[in-house]
Design a protein around this ligand. Structure first.
Ligand SMILES: [Zn+2]
Length: 158
């Protein structure tokens, strides 16, 4: 069972309320919450003693050193590894998972402008879950993995 906070915010353009699920208040050490692209299913992912996550961190260091990237520390920052870890996770419904909250866009008019305050108090709701798996990653060769990591590093602004 997984519970997330639901925040209701009023769109400044069309005036309608939108509900957004957020993991902002989940501060469980060594745990990230993954979501599918639609943002309607979630997964609690343990990072501690997670061999895939540890392998990814090692590969980031290796790839940086092989490509003479000296300031590799910035790529080990959790803000960055949150963007990188999805490359090791299997697709869900054909799309990458994400470890970040979805961008807030009004589902009625597409605006990104919302009232600052919430329309109602935060309520906690139980969400549907899925299991993150790593089969595709685990079946890749080391050189494949390195290439994936390098391409991801190039595409991520730090
Ligand atoms: Zn709107």
């Amino acid at each position: 069972m997984l519970k997330l906070d639901a925040e209701v915010q009023k769109c400044l353009k069309c005036g309608k309320d939108n509900t957004f699920l957020t993991q902002a208040d989940i501060h469980e050490y060594g745990v990230w919450i993954a979501r599918n692209q639609r943002g309607d299913r979630f997964s609690r992912v343990q990072l501690i003693d997670n061999p895939v996550f540890e392998e990814l961190l090692e590969l980031i260091k290796t790839v940086c050193s092989e490509h003479s990237i000296t300031d590799h520390g910035k790529y080990l920052d959790p803000k960055v590894t949150q963007n990188l870890f999805p490359i090791a996770c299997d697709l869900v419904d054909g799309n990458s998972v994400s470890f970040r909250d979805e961008a807030r866009v009004c589902r009625y008019c597409g605006s990104k402008d919302f009232a600052e305050g919430l329309s109602m108090p935060i309520n906690t709701i139980e969400v549907k879950t899925f299991d993150v798996s790593y089969d595709s990653w685990n079946n890749r060769s080391l050189s494949d993995k390195k290439e994936l990591v390098f391409n991801a590093l190039k595409s991520i602004p730090v």
